[in-house]
Design a protein around this ligand. Structure first.
Ligand code: BTN
Length: 252
């Protein structure tokens, strides 16, 4: 048996299960367009017909095997310029939960793909609703491979593959939500440096020489971190480069 964390205190008070939907992110975004939902509202499902990934990709998941959920945050006073911290805290929450429950050694491929043993175990898609220069609502969508044991992509893994056993998805959801709550409190107290330092400890390839591709072709460089707007910083022999998410590919 794995040990699960204490119940979250203020997130996940309202939680709704959908047997199937297009995308929990889209569903939650359309709910808040119609009606003011409370912070911490969670929608989760067994199957997404149109699961969304980053960069316009699809998120594919075997029905009934994995965690597919979205949680609503209402971060009062979060400046748009700091909105990338929502990505960082969500990634950290997933990593810390998986490490503690299953003794995994997760890493975060910038901005927030969760990796174990060089394979992706979870993806995160944060979508925000803005009001002036502040983030009004944030929908954090998480797809975590839990009990699926075969993938079309050799670069994907799951908790089942990594640990050899099945996991109760609802207990795991509760643990991740507790983790999000803990990280969210750091964000609310504007502990940006602390969050960034925790992120750097988990950041995949940081401080190592690797190959990347950008608009100008393939090059070798070293990830040194992220800048104040969340862009990736890669140092080459000649120059320090900054990238948005669509502008760079990690090769090997
Ligand atoms: C990625 O790595 O590309 C991000 C994947 C995010 C997938 C989750 S599953 C729950 C939520 N609903 C969606 O449509 N996407 C996110």
């Amino acid at each position: 048996m794995h040990k699960y964390f204490a119940k979250p205190l203020f997130l996940g008070k309202k939680i709704e299960f959908l047997t199937e939907c297009h995308s929990t992110n889209d569903e939650l975004l359309s709910r808040i367009r119609i009606k003011d939902e409370q912070e911490g509202f969670i929608l989760y499902t067994d199957n997404q017909i149109k699961g969304k990934g980053q960069r316009g990709n699809a998120w594919l998941s075997e029905p009934g095997q994995n965690l597919l959920f979205s949680i609503l945050l209402k971060p009062k006073n979060l400046q748009i310029g700091h909105s990338h911290y929502l990505n960082l805290i969500a990634g950290l929450a997933v990593c810390h939960t998986l490490d503690q429950l299953f003794n995994l050694n997760t890493e975060l491929k910038w901005p927030n793909d969760v990796y174990v043993n060089d394979r992706k175990i979870a993806g995160i898609l944060v979508e925000t609703v803005l009001s002036g220069h502040l983030v009004d609502d944030a929908v954090i969508g998480i797809g975590l491979n839990v009990n699926q044991s075969h993938f079309a992509l050799p670069s994907a893994t799951s908790v089942q593959i990594e640990t050899g056993s099945k996991t109760d998805r609802e207990s795991l959801l509760e643990s991740i939500v507790s983790g999000i709550e803990a990280q969210y409190l750091f964000l609310k107290s504007q502990a940006y440096d602390k969050i960034k330092a925790a992120y750097y400890l988990k950041m995949r390839w940081r401080g190592e020489l690797h190959e990347f591709r950008d608009n100008n072709g393939v090059f070798e460089g070293e990830i040194i971190g992220i800048d104040e707007t969340g862009r990736l910083l890669v140092k080459t022999l000649e120059v320090l480069k900054r990238y948005d998410v669509k502008e760079i590919q990690f090769l090997h």
